[in-house]
Ligand binder design. Structure first.
Ligand SMILES: [Zn+2]
Length: 143
């Protein structure tokens, strides 16, 4: 199954190759202070492959806070946050925002709450290496 998502203006677009044809998509409404404010709901699948295409990198703002281990890729033109990346031991991991998916039957998205506030950095990073998308390719086309 190939999932497609993009920010509102299309500057940040991605394709996510999801293992399994009719799998349910687990979605986590993150309870961190940033995600609560912008309504971030994330999904990932460790066996999936993510290809991100950025049209104009100068219009992507990378926001980090707290433990500074994750980068929120914010489109500075339309304000949407399609993905979060985390670099762990020189490897890039990612999760994507289920709200930017465009070719998905919403009934297949299984929502759950998640709150990782207060989690130690070590277990946070270990959890990401287990659960986040481990095959991430970000391409930037010259503006
Ligand atoms: Zn945009």
């Amino acid at each position: 199954m190939l999932l497609r998502g993009k920010c509102h203006c299309g500057n940040i677009a991605f394709e996510l190759e999801w293992e399994g044809g009719s799998a349910e998509i687990p979605a986590r409404a993150c309870g961190c202070s940033f995600c609560v404010k912008h309504g971030g709901v994330w999904t990932s699948n460790p066996n999936s492959r993510l290809v991100v295409a950025i049209r104009d990198p100068s219009l992507v703002s990378k926001y980090v806070f707290g433990s500074r281990t994750a980068s929120f890729h914010v489109c500075s033109r339309c304000g949407i946050v399609p993905l979060v990346t985390s670099e762990i031991a020189n490897h890039l991991y990612a999760v994507v925002n289920v709200n930017v998916l465009e070719n998905i039957d919403q009934a297949r998205i299984i929502h759950a709450a998640a709150d990782f506030e207060g989690e130690a950095i070590e277990s946070r990073l270990a959890r990401r290496t287990r659960n986040w998308i481990a095959d991430v390719c970000i391409t930037e086309s010259a503006a």
